[in-house]
Design a protein around this ligand. Sequence first.
Ligand code: PLP
Length: 379
Amino acid sequence: MKLFDVYPLFDIEPVSAKGSYIVDKKGDTYLDLYGGHAVISVGHSHPYYVEMLTNQLNKIGFYSNSVKIPLQEELAEKLGRQSGYPDYELFLCNSGAEANENAIKLASFHNGRKQIVAFSGSFHGRTSAAVAATDDPSINAPVNHSPNFVFAPFNDEQAAKELITNNTCAVIIEGMQGVGGVQVPTVSFLRLLRELCDKTGALLILDEVQSGYGRSGKFFAHQYSGIKPDLITIAKGMGNGFPVGGVLIQPNIKARHSMLGTTFGGNYLACAAGIAVLDIIENENLVQNAAETGKYLMDKVSSLEGVKEVRGQGLMVGIELEYPCAETRKQLLFNHKIFTGSSSNKNTLRILSPLNIKTSELDVFIEAFVYTLEKSLAK
Ligand code: PLP
């Protein structure tokens, strides 16, 4: 059987990884400033993470959500405390799309409405409601088209005021748009969305799948605005590569049995991965490290010739060039052995390194990046 060919692949075959580095089959070492789409939060194969998962697998790896799994409570307690949401409740699932799917469903169960307001440039995943809230017609199949999903221009306060009404079920927005090219919602836009949701009875869903878990230099990117959403979705960095996602749910939204569910969500291994990540983030001060190293990087690259704009917070950085960045990324990868990411904005490359990256490692990138820009500008 052949694989269904949906991924354009680099001709690189990683065989091992440690910290911010990946080693391929040929023995070449790559600096990983992309973390496999913002997933690697605490570094590849962190010894504490490996030990927690290995120990757990030696005890019990899986049972379904028909028995008590105290690790889920431990994960929820640690997440609540570290994120600043101790009074919220946690639903565990397996991916970012699934987290958004459940958040949208919960909002609709809660207020009985069905209109979802999303924003231009958004990406919320590839499953039915999540993809319908995603501003990319090329990944919406005819079956996903629904009049229930409407889009407002990102950061446009007037448009939001017009679109969010007493019919609106929920407003969904990323803490920072990732796939959209690292676009940061303004503080006043997020505050306005909170106000409009309060006024109309709509729920505010913050998709922190990419921007959460310390990546922004705060636990959640929306915490720069001081607002509290009704629902917060998480995945990616939460498991450092183990598939785990979740929804943080404000306490007025009431659970009932069988309202939501999943076979794999919250299994022992997923919880062990999630707890290991939170322990490492706390013990190694990784939220602060993301804030400091991210600022270091942004300061160093923002005034370079060929760079039009640098956007982001913490270690979620979009570097917009004055020209398409595909060639620059290719040179960084093949000539300098550095992974970076792309985005839907063809001029913007994304840096989503592990949260424990060192400035000395970022210097390796900066030097290669300057060299690559100079070569492109000299052409
Ligand atoms: N939401 C955001 C903001 C994302 O960036 C992504 C993935 O890139 C998703 C949701 C979907 O996550 P997953 O691929 O785990 O379903």
